[in-house]
Design a protein. Structure first.
Length: 571
């Protein structure tokens, strides 16, 4: 009997690629899996999942799964989609009670688990009173039918998709329902913007319960016929060794790990860690890695999911022989929405570029609630108008699962009758920039510059607006600062008082007067040349570390509580 897959765009793409080309490489072992094997293994897993459902329909059901990053994850994920069901990937490192919350909130039909996480799956289910079937995902074996093409069938597939959970920085995590059509639209948008190809080898070091790791680094390369090489969890020295392997004459790496990496998309903290560890490499490795990340080898290097400090961007360009990091903006609910272009002239410091292909974006004035049209970016006094980014198009999610109140709150109907806009909660300004190339037809017009979250990063002090991200960018350019977070404290006098939570660098610990620790006064003096006085933090708290989530983001509300306690109420 011929293997079959439903005629969805992702399966049409996989089935039409060169069946002998590697789709997935498992870095620790060097093991490879071709597109032919992937197509057949997904087809087999579809039937296995139907058997596990014991005759019950999987249409629209949520199927949660605990599977490590790699080939088995892809096969599990795609087999759920192919059964017209909703895939709910779980973070394998999250506490059991958090995973149980997700399983209950999404009303999961079953929990799939790889052998590695069977015990964790059992423990997760003990957290609640309602039982769910815990079903083992058999270890996928290399297929022997890769020479045969799978058959594509026309079947009704209108309920499949992906459900990811928000980070829960402002409330309990919400289930973001992304239909298969939205995932396809997101992938096709990125295919056009970043020009993934079958010649690309993407090094995947990201978590797979976030949009960045799933759409940017998994689905879109599968659409293009690229090779995805999994190396997770991220370890800086391991990544440097892998990048260097093709450029070391006596490398002991297997042949499957000697192809240059051409595509790398990660978060700013990973670039920072790579930069900080590079000086400790041997001279031979330093030379090989610089060659590996040079423009002629690393075709695309992308930074996203959190703000990219300008010093990090500059340091990477210097190390990588002129290779410039590409910044973009996205979120769980919409995939990627804005991006700088592939031409280096389009990668402007501090900007996330333009709306991606297929994405409509607008700014709505934070004070007047009026749409900021092109050419209206400044008010009558010549000040830049801050506006919330609102998005529309096929890439936008359907709803927050079983949460109609939150869904209604985050959408607004369009005045033109062409559909609703999603209110991102992120604030930006738009600026015309000279010298950009406009070599891509979507990368035109004024560029977007993110100012921060509406609730946490746009501070109002003495009647003036302050972008916490702008202040953080300036602080991070100072050699005394290793990490920082700028926040606002309630103030009877100012409305909000701008303060900074800082991790000092080695220099900062001895840079103050008479060799003492860098002080708030030192900070204010250092920032005076580049920031208006009202933007400069009035106070500074030095901490040993600033907690971040898996994607490098800081929960500022929690940080204020931890660092300032009751002092955050009024001052």
């Amino acid at each position: 009997m011929a293997s079959t897959l439903p005629r969805l765009p992702i399966f049409e793409a996989i089935a039409n690629h060169d069946l002998k080309r590697n789709a997935v490489v498992h870095n620790p072992s060097g093991r490879t899996f071709t597109y032919g094997e992937l197509a057949h293994d997904v087809a087999d897993a579809i039937e296995e999942l139907k058997i596990k459902a014991q005759g019950k329909s999987l249409d629209g059901e949520r199927v949660a799964f605990l599977v490590e990053n790699g080939y088995d994850y892809i096969v599990t994920f795609l087999s759920i989609i192919a059964n017209n069901a909703i895939a709910v990937p779980l973070c394998t490192t999250h506490p059991n009670y958090e995973l149980r919350y997700i399983i209950d909130q999404c009303e999961a039909f079953m929990l799939l688990s790889s052998e590695k996480f069977q015990e964790k799956a059992q423990d997760v289910m003990k957290e609640g009173t309602v039982t769910k079937p815990i079903i083992a995902v058999e270890k996928i074996l290399e297929g022997s039918k890769s020479a045969e093409r799978v058959e594509l069938l026309d079947v009704k597939m209108d309920q499949s998709g992906l459900m990811l959970y928000t980070s829960g920085t402002t409330s309990r995590p919400k289930g973001v329902l992304l239909p298969e059509s939205a995932l396809t639209a997101q992938s096709r948008s990125l295919l056009k913007a970043w020009k993934y190809s079958s010649k690309d080898r993407l090094l995947h070091v990201l978590p797979l319960h976030h949009i960045h790791g799933v759409v940017n680094a998994l689905l879109t390369p599968l659409f293009a016929g690229s090779t995805i090489e999994f190396m997770f969890p991220f370890k800086a020295n391991d990544v440097w060794d892998r990048l260097a392997a093709p450029f070391l004459p006596k490398s002991s790496a297997p042949e499957s790990l000697k192809q240059p990496i051409t595509f790398f998309t990660v978060v700013p903290t990973i670039y920072s860690l790579l930069l900080s560890t590079h000086p400790s490499l041997s001279p031979e490795l330093q030379e090989a890695t610089r060659k590996a990340i040079s423009p002629e080898n690393l075709r695309v290097n992308i930074s996203g999911s959190a703000a990219l400090p300008t010093p990090t961007k500059a340091a990477w360009t210097n190390l990588a022989n002129g290779n410039v990091l590409l910044e973009r903006y996205g979120m769980t609910e919409v995939g990627m929405a804005l991006s700088c272009g592939l031409d280096y002239r389009d990668r402007v410091d501090g900007s996330v570029g333009w709306p991606l292909p297929g994405v409509e974006a607008r700014l709505v004035d934070s004070d007047t609630n009026q749409i900021i049209k092109t050419g209206e970016e400044f008010d009558a006094d010549g000040k830049e108008r801050y506006g919330e980014i609102q998005l529309r198009g096929a890439t936008v999610f359907k709803e927050y699962f079983r949460n109609p109140e939150a869904t209604a709150k985050d959408f607004v109907e369009g005045e033109d009758g062409h559909g609703r806009w999603f209110k991102t909660g992120d604030v930006a300004v738009r600026r015309p920039v000279e010298g950009v190339s406009s070599s891509q037809d979507w990368a035109k017009g004024p560029m977007y510059f993110i100012q921060g979250r509406k609730s946490a990063d746009i501070l109002k002090t003495g009647g003036e607006k302050v972008s916490a991200l702008e202040v953080e960018r300036e602080m991070l350019s100072l050699p005394e600062v290793s990490e920082c977070a700028v926040v606002g404290l309630p103030s009877d006098k100012w409305g909000q008082k701008v303060v900074a939570v800082v991790v000092l660098s080695e220099k900062g610990r001895t840079a103050g007067k008479e060799g003492k620790q860098w002080s708030p006064l030192d900070m204010r003096r250092a920032l005076k040349a580049n920031l208006a006085n009202y933007k400069i933090p009035q106070d500074m708290k030095v901490v040993q570390s600033i907690p971040r989530n898996a994607m490098g983001k800081i929960n500022k509300k929690d940080l204020v509580k931890t660092v300032y306690g009751d002092a955050g109420s009024s001052s």
